[in-house]
Ligand binder design. Structure first.
Ligand SMILES: [Zn+2]
Ligand SMILES: [Zn+2]
Length: 164
């Protein structure tokens, strides 16, 4: 089931732009996990704001996201809560093929460009992608995490082992 909140009719975006605040809690994330079991975090809470502006046929989406993701440490494999924050600017252009060769009205040089089709914007995949981009490449519960002993499997943050 689609989240109506993130489906925005293009007609409904006024000239002065449209602002939405986001508060994505466990329900939203568990639905996502249901559709994408490979998701690399468990519970999460993300808040943020979105602003949509029309520029001719293009739509500029600016967002800020902050919150926590529960990640698994890449060294010791324990779960931990990671604070995350970021913002993004994304230009949505009409999908190629539907446009009659009109020039884009914003210079897309330094913006990420994505495409939309139809009369309703589905922001859900955009938000999901932006949340994935907030994840650290190599999650660590602490910089000093000692990881797991490759011989005996002891979690070295919690216990010393007698290997070596
Ligand atoms: Zn760790
Ligand atoms: Zn050991």
């Amino acid at each position: 089931m689609k989240d109506k909140f993130l489906q925005i009719a293009i007609k409904a975006i006024p000239e002065k732009g449209l602002e939405r605040s986001l508060d994505l809690g466990p329900e939203w994330f568990s639905r996502w996990r249901g559709e994408d079991p490979g998701l690399e975090f468990s519970t999460a809470r993300i808040k943020g704001t979105l602003r949509l502006e029309k520029h001719g046929r293009d739509i500029l989406v600016r967002g800020t996201l902050t919150g926590q993701l529960q990640l698994s440490c890449s060294r010791c494999l324990e779960n931990y809560e990671a604070p995350v924050a970021g913002d993004f600017d994304l230009l949505l252009a009409p999908a190629p093929g539907r446009v009659s060769g009109e020039a884009e009205e914003l210079s897309a040089a330094d913006l990420d460009v994505d495409y939309y089709s139809g009369d309703v914007l589905d922001l859900e995949p955009i938000i999901r992608e932006q949340i994935i981009l907030l994840m650290p490449l190599k999650p660590l519960c602490t910089e000093e995490c000692q990881g797991i002993c490759p011989r005996c499997g002891a979690v070295l943050n919690l216990e010393a082992c007698t290997c070596k």
